[in-house]
Design a protein around this ligand. Structure first.
Ligand code: SAM
Length: 409
């Protein structure tokens, strides 16, 4: 495809997922669109086992399970594992009725909690997120919901309530998502208590209605570090459809922080940095300072990775050395991933990686070409890449689909 004719295709991004039932439960800007996954799945045989080793909001697994496939997803973020498994489960009618009744009960009782000292998360500068009044209402509501449902837990049918609560906290916050990462509005928005209650009930209704529809297939999110995949049971995968982090210093923790604090998946800033250090391309807090002392484990990387890194290091940009290590570690970690995933691939497995390129001080980091080079060294065949869409922020930034076949013969 000629680059000049490539379009932005918002139908291939998270934006198109918002109205699509469970896919619209919670937004994550780096999520890709349902339509893209459907297209990549369309040629699969019905028995195919699908894997997404970088699950995020579980788009791949959910599309696959909705179409009747068996699917697995891997992630290292406990909140996303919890969210994905809540999206994948089937909910009995009785359970959804019970949830509605308990929420009514919580809404009756929480007003009496407003005067009390309710638990609030230790989010840095919390007053930038919510006005004192809104925070007080959210905290009282949370206390009443905990009395009815208990704290958010893995594999719990009440997770849907906490997903609705996460939507509530973000929709009542001053966070704005008008570009790739998040920013705050100038003034903290004040909401009336009636507005917050109505918003919560509307969100809950949307979530519960989409939970009513049963899923035909079967999917699970497992806690697996995809840089080091050791065989998982006897799973053998026929098709990989995924979108790993891009080498662009975007931190998932940054966008997920409010949810993760309110659901107690993280309790203090230190934990967010530790989690981002495990993430490919992680760049939050401690993850950045650790880069300085990071040493390479796998020397047998494609030469093109080392030359890209060298160009960044030699440029006169601020922190050029640190950012060159960042880029090296990113492709190093993805190489470890592409190497270790081979142990769970069926002969003839198809792989599709949606990746974005980036630039550092004018040096193009051609992610699709560097992935292809790693795949070549690792013995994959039929490697090719094509442009999927243009990203909006800069003319030279695109998303590509890098595809390959794993064959042992
Ligand atoms: C671009 S997001 C995936 C978005 C996903 N396609 C969606 O539609 O929501 C990348 C995901 O990879 C996960 N990840 C990063 N490093 C990982 C690792 N070492 N092992 C497993 N998952 C990892 C992140 O937590 C994040 O959820």
């Amino acid at each position: 495809m000629m680059r000049s004719t490539v379009q932005q295709r918002s139908d291939y991004t998270f934006k198109a997922n918002r109205s699509l039932g469970r896919h619209g439960w919670l937004r994550l800007t780096p999520a890709y669109g349902v339509k893209l996954v459907e297209k990549l799945l369309s040629s699969s045989n019905t028995e195919a086992i699908i894997l997404d080793p970088f699950s995020g909001t579980a788009t791949t697994g959910l599309v696959a399970a909705e179409l009747g496939y068996k699917a697995y997803s891997f992630d290292i973020n406990p909140f996303l594992i919890w969210l994905g498994n809540a999206k994948y489960r089937n909910y009995a009618e009785d359970c959804l009725l019970d949830i509605r009744e308990k929420v009514w009960q919580a809404l009756k009782e929480y007003k009496s909690q407003l005067e009390q000292d309710n638990w609030t998360p230790q989010i840095f500068n919390i007053e930038r997120w919510w006005s004192g009044y809104t925070l007080n209402v959210l905290a009282a509501l949370r206390t009443a919901l905990v009395e009815q449902f208990g704290e958010p837990e893995e594999n719990d049918e009440y997770s849907v309530v906490w997903i609705a609560f996460c939507r509530l906290i973000i929709e009542t916050s001053s966070a704005a998502f008008n570009h790739i990462s998040m920013s705050f509005s100038e003034t903290v928005i004040h909401h009336e208590i009636e507005y917050i209650e109505k918003l919560f009930l509307d969100i809950l209704d949307f979530v519960l209605r989409s939970a009513e529809k049963n899923i035909m297939g079967n999917a699970r999110v497992l806690k697996v570090d995809s840089r080091n995949i050791i065989s998982v049971g006897n799973i053998k995968i026929n098709k990989v459809i995924t979108s790993p982090p891009y080498p662009n210093r975007v931190s998932y923790i940054r966008e997920l922080r409010p949810y993760m604090y309110w659901t107690k998946f993280i309790n203090e800033a230190k934990e967010a940095g530790e989690l981002d250090w495990l993430a490919v391309g992680g760049t939050w807090g401690i993850a950045t300072s650790r880069l300085n002392s990071w040493t390479i484990q796998e020397e047998d990387l494609p030469e093109s990775i080392f030359s890209t890194v060298k160009n960044i290091r030699m440029s006169d940009g601020k922190n050029a050395n640190l950012l060159s290590i960042y880029v090296l570690k990113y492709f190093h970690d993805m190489h470890l991933h592409l190497s270790s995933i081979r142990s769970i691939l069926e002969d003839g497995a198809e792989l599709h990686y949606i990746v974005g390129n980036s630039t550092f001080f004018g040096n193009m980091v051609d992610t699709a070409a560097l992935f292809s080079d790693s795949m070549r060294i690792l013995g994959y065949s039929k490697i090719h890449s094509e442009i999927v869409r243009k990203r909006n922020c800069n003319k030279a930034l695109y998303e590509y689909c890098v595809s390959a076949i794993w064959s042992t013969g």
